[in-house]
Design a protein around this ligand. Sequence first.
Ligand SMILES: Cc1cc2nc3c(=O)[nH]c(=O)nc-3n(C[C@H](O)[C@H](O)[C@H](O)COP(=O)(O)OP(=O)(O)OC[C@H]3O[C@@H](n4cnc5c(N)ncnc54)[C@H](O)[C@@H]3O)c2cc1C
Length: 540
Amino acid sequence: MPARTGKQYIESLSAVTQRAAIYLNGERVGDVTKVPMFQGPIAAVAEQYDMQHDPRYKDILTYLSPTTGDPVSTACMIPRSKEDVIKKRQAYKLHTDENFGYMGRAPHFMLSLVTGWYMNRENFGRAGPEFAANAERYYEYVRENDLFLTHVLINPQIDRSKTSSEQEDPYIHLGKVKETDEGIIVRGAKMLGTMGPLTEELVVVPFGGIAPGDHEYALAFSIPLDAPGLKLICREPFGHPKQHFDHPLSSRFEEIDCFAVFDNVLVPWDRVVVPGRPGSEDIVNGVARGGPMMADAGVQTTSQMLSQMELCTGIALKLADSVGITGFLHVQEKLGEMILMLELSRAAYYGSEALAVEGPGGVWAPGGMGLRAFRLLGIQMYERMIEIIRILAGGGFFQAPTGADMDNPEIRPLIDAFMRGREGYSAEERLSIFKLAWDVAGDAFGMRAQQYVHFHGGDPIRLMAAHYLNYNKEPLLKIVERALKGNGEMEVSPYQDPGGTRIGEEAPPPSPAASKDRATFGAYPAAAVPRRTRPRKDAG
Ligand SMILES: Cc1cc2nc3c(=O)[nH]c(=O)nc-3n(C[C@H](O)[C@H](O)[C@H](O)COP(=O)(O)OP(=O)(O)OC[C@H]3O[C@@H](n4cnc5c(N)ncnc54)[C@H](O)[C@@H]3O)c2cc1C
């Protein structure tokens, strides 16, 4: 099937969720397309699919499938040139601009991750060639069927000081119970499936590090949402369906999150990519280490962050103007700060493709480490942007009658008289700007978005530490050496090119004494992964 339309997505979602076990507000919901709370987000996802057929966007959002020749999502394209890298960036940015970056887990996100699986298939093949073949087949399956997936990477927060096998019950963290002729039986829980109930399939891949010996938890696989024994438990929704005036973003882009419980779920062999056998820890721990796969994920994530930052900067400018505070020096300074943070992010984002490099197998990826720096320092920039919006808004957030009040003729004249902005801003216009600002900076929707930016790609503290540990520090230390010796004795610039180290380039092998500190478990430093302290309970 070529790139789908929104209608095709909704029909498929309706069919799969009628059979799936999805729980929301105490009830099993059945067909999610009939749930009022989900109407806005489903429509927003459908728009993402429809964009693939819009003559303005389709050449960027699709490319021709190498197997069928049909147009399929550009997120699945393997970049073979710098032009391909640029096309992928354009596609991601179009998708994230459409929802202002507030649907980080729109369909292209997971298409990009499964494309990463394909690019990483040799790693999966270390457990046996059938697993590399499974990664390839699954990639082709989601590409050709244009599926909407979610993923669950994280173990439930029960006791973070213990490994998976050291938890009270060996099947609290999702683990393998046994292998059968048909596949593997898995039991336990995983979080946090953003958009889970609105998707068709679930992908499981551990993140952050599996302790040595805990191979039964080193599982990567995919499973349809209606697999027997799989239950999705949603968090309380924050959306405001149909209240577009009062909640311009949260009425449309609420990304529901859910917790996945696997009660002896059978995962057929052809869906297994990492089988939870001895040695599987090394395979999953290696998945997140550099290379074109991570570079592609970095483009998707930073596209989403950039779209958010562009909206937030625009909101601050408009909000400040609407109430006449742009003449004050400190307001100018704060707006200037926002613009500079945005431009610094843009420079890293677009600059990385100027430094694009060809990697192993002829796969191209953005170069330098700018995307990674944007990804992590962007968290602080986004939080600062939200803080500035709040400082500029003052109590204006709460000088905020609802759309229903606007429709009441008894008070409408009062609202028009007292709640307008400076000259040129009607009450309706000022209120709509402040309500948009509240959605990003104050509403539960905005609070979740901040938490998303902070944590969705992992714990930034451990990721930042991993960058320190993995960074090739030699050229910088040579600069210090030259400063101590004086010019002339040493080469002026130790960098081979002005872009510095390349994505995926790591420090030379450490001395045995230092090796335990390196970030060898997924993306986290090994020292941050709990170690077993006592003989483990039998998980098999
Ligand atoms: C809005 C939102 C959406 C998300 N969507 C998804 C999704 O779609 N799919 C998915 O799989 N995940 C998703 N996540 C989960 C995300 O991957 C995790 O939140 C992130 O990896 C951090 O893990 P955690 O939440 O378990 O926090 P923890 O790892 O429990 O960390 C909590 C705190 O404890 C500290 N800490 C814990 N363990 C250690 C340690 N070993 N060393 C040092 N410090 C430690 C951390 O620094 C942090 O301050 C989402 C998260 C959010 C907030």
